[in-house]
Write a protein that binds this ligand. Structure first.
Ligand code: SF4
Ligand code: SF4
Length: 343
């Protein structure tokens, strides 16, 4: 049964968000100082679906706490409802699949195929090494035949930095995967392949255009690899990265860096304004980061809503967005989103 949805209820904010981090960093107050509060949704254009926490890697900075031992994975019934919602909401032009490694979910293929058959753009957030996971040899050709847009994580062009963050052997496997994907037409003008950079430590990303130039030079000259764009993404002070910061005694320092670099110019382009995030169990959130903090959709006023509660996602336009201190990670400096820098 569908729940009545009131879009004007008070969304959870810094003081009420569970597990969101330091209450000293008041994101709602920062917005208010620039007359940008409350943060509200526009019409939804992207459905970002997190298919589960299972991953073939276990990176230090992972905001999902993903890894090979995780059991949370989207079921057939939930995947079927995702497919139903995509068909019923043609304004959702982009379906963005993430995880864990979304490809390891048994319903990954049917979601991709259904979304493509419905004429939507499909983004797959690929960690590159999943191509070499057991029984995944079909994957590169599947990406090509489905015509997906790949956004692949490669946090540096140096083997040492990649392996510090993602584990031994990951750089060589990533290079091998990129070679296969280039050969199939990704990143060479036929099919889109973007790379994602995130800092190895508690710093803000370098300038996106300059870093892209450096990546192109290093990966091109060193390995003969091509890609379309480099997206720089800040590390979110939540989950595994937050614990790592605590362990190093640098959590407050990193939060201070984010807060002190709050940039109001990034707010108009925040991804949560046009994106709806779906959890592996069908829960609805304003973004994948809020999902990891179990901070429900702001429109729901703290009630957990699921994909089974709503048919028309356009009703979320105008609703408040749930914010908390980690939101400073999206608004620091040039800003950060799943699509890279914002300002
Ligand atoms: S960062 Fe990506 S590749 Fe690494 S463990 Fe998390 S989901 Fe897997
Ligand atoms: S974490 Fe970023 S994307 Fe998510 S609600 Fe906060 S500002 Fe928006």
């Amino acid at each position: 049964m569908l729940l009545p949805l009131s879009i004007d209820v008070e969304a959870p904010t810094a003081s009420s968000a569970p597990g969101a981090g330091s209450g000293a960093a008041d994101f709602a107050a920062a917005l208010a100082r620039y007359r940008l509060a409350p943060l509200r949704r526009l019409a939804p254009a992207t459905l970002q679906v997190n298919l589960g926490r299972l991953c073939n890697q276990a990176c230090h900075h992972c905001h999902v706490d993903a890894g090979p031992g995780r059991k949370e994975n989207m079921t057939r019934a939930t995947a079927a409802r995702v497919i139903e919602l995509i068909a019923a909401n043609p304004a959702l032009r982009t379906i963005d699949l993430t995880g864990g490694a979304p490809e390891l979910n048994p319903h990954f293929r049917s979601i991709v195929e259904s979304a493509r058959a419905a004429g939507r753009d499909v983004i797959v957030r690929c960690n590159l090494t999943v191509i070499f996971a057991p029984e995944m040899e079909w994957l590169p050709e599947f990406y090509r035949d489905a015509g997906v847009h790949l956004i692949c994580s490669l946090p540096c062009y140096s083997a040492e930095n990649v392996e510090r963050q993602r584990g031994p052997g990951v750089f060589d496997k990533s290079v091998a995967a990129l070679r296969i994907l280039n050969r199939l037409g990704f990143g060479v003008g036929r099919l889109a392949l973007d790379l994602v950079y995130n800092p190895v430590g508690p710093t803000l990303p370098s300038a996106q255009a300059e870093l892209e130039r450096r990546y192109r030079q290093e990966l091109g000259a060193g390995y003969g690899l091509s890609f379309d764009r480099l997206l720089t993404i800040a590390n979110m002070p939540i989950r595994r990265f937050a614990r790592e910061l605590e362990r190093l005694g640098r959590h407050s320092e990193y939060m201070g860096l984010l807060v002190n670099h709050f940039n109001p110019e990034t707010v108009a382009a925040l991804m949560c304004r046009t994106l709806i995030s779906v959890g592996w169990d069908g829960g609805l959130y304003d973004c994948d980061f809020n999902q990891m903090l179990a901070l429900p959709l702001g429109a729901a006023g703290g009630r957990p809503l699921t994909i089974f509660d709503l048919d028309d996602l356009a009703t979320l336009a105008g609703a408040r967005i749930a914010t908390a201190p980690h939101c400073f990670g999206c608004t620091a400096g040039v800003g950060s989103s799943c699509g890279g820098a914002l300002a």
